[in-house]
Design a protein around this ligand. Structure first.
Ligand code: MG
Length: 273
């Protein structure tokens, strides 16, 4: 990928991160860590890979993105606002009463494809959409972002087994493997061993990438789209809180608030990335 394209995507990812900070506001609890960790992946999906348009939201041929780790929806809201699905001023009203933007994804929000937040369910929704696409003879692709902590949910593996059985090559799951979940290190809370190995065991083709390298993300999404005969899993090594130096690699900011001073530090940290 040429340098101009990489610079463009890095700038989009920075805007996503600044949008997350906007959506979090001051003094409100929210999911900073997991949103920052997937910001580059979400930016590359919306501004490089996916076929989508705010003017054609109901287009049956649009690619679908499901934020299965629904608490990280701040990253998706920021990307949707940047893409023009709604005004950026709405971000600051996230989680306020009556707002279009709530703490977890809901389909009443333009650009949101599935209600998620009960962890483990988004991949099943994605399997259904991928099967529907095949039945309808549509060539859209379905992308599902899951957390590594979320992989402890049994329903994930039922969906993985079904996707393997039905050879859903129009389905790509991306694992935001930041090694941290709400209450601590994933390996301490619920160790599951090799994540690529588990998907491979269910018949998936797997890739491992640096989830903060926009070129690596983009090129691997391209490779995944070329795979035939099986679903694809991209296991992305990431840092929880990436970009906000005091929130990196800790569960402290899984769901926490920023003071006015923290907010200034966070903006400066992201701006300096
Ligand atoms: Mg995690």
């Amino acid at each position: 990928m040429d340098k101009d394209r990489q610079d463009f995507l890095r700038e989009k990812a920075r805007k996503v991160r600044l949008g997350i900070i906007d959506a979090l506001g001051i003094g409100n609890r929210g999911h900073l860590g997991g949103s920052m960790s997937c910001a580059d992946i979400v930016a590359v999906l919306y501004f490089y890979k996916m076929r989508h348009s705010p003017e054609k939201r109901g287009d049956p041929d649009r690619d679908r993105f499901i934020m299965s780790k629904g608490h990280s929806v701040l990253a998706q809201y920021a990307a949707l606002a940047e893409a023009g699905y709604f005004g950026k001023e709405l971000l600051a009203a996230t989680k306020s009463l009556g707002s279009l933007l709530q703490g977890h994804p809901e389909r009443h929000t333009p650009g949101i494809e599935a209600n998620t937040g009960s962890l483990g369910q988004g991949l099943s929704v994605g399997v259904g959409m991928a099967l529907a696409g095949r039945m309808d003879k549509r060539d859209y692709r379905v992308y599902v972002l899951v957390g590594d902590g979320e992989l402890a949910e049994g329903q994930i593996w039922e969906a993985a087994m079904a996707a393997g059985h039905y050879a859903l090559s129009n389905l790509t799951v991306i694992v935001d493997m930041n090694g941290v979940q709400a209450m601590g290190r994933t390996r301490d809370r619920y160790a599951i061993g090799s994540i690529p190995g588990r998907f491979a065991a269910f018949g998936w083709k797997t890739f491992e990438i640096d989830g903060h390298d926009v070129a690596d993300i983009a090129e691997t999404l391209d490779k995944a789209a070329d795979v035939r005969g099986c679903p694809t899993a991209i296991v992305a090594r990431t840092v929880k809180g990436k970009g906000v130096y005091f929130a990196e690699n800790t569960h402290t900011y899984h769901n926490n608030l920023l003071t006015a001073e923290d907010r200034e530090k966070a903006i400066a940290s992201v701006t300096a990335m």
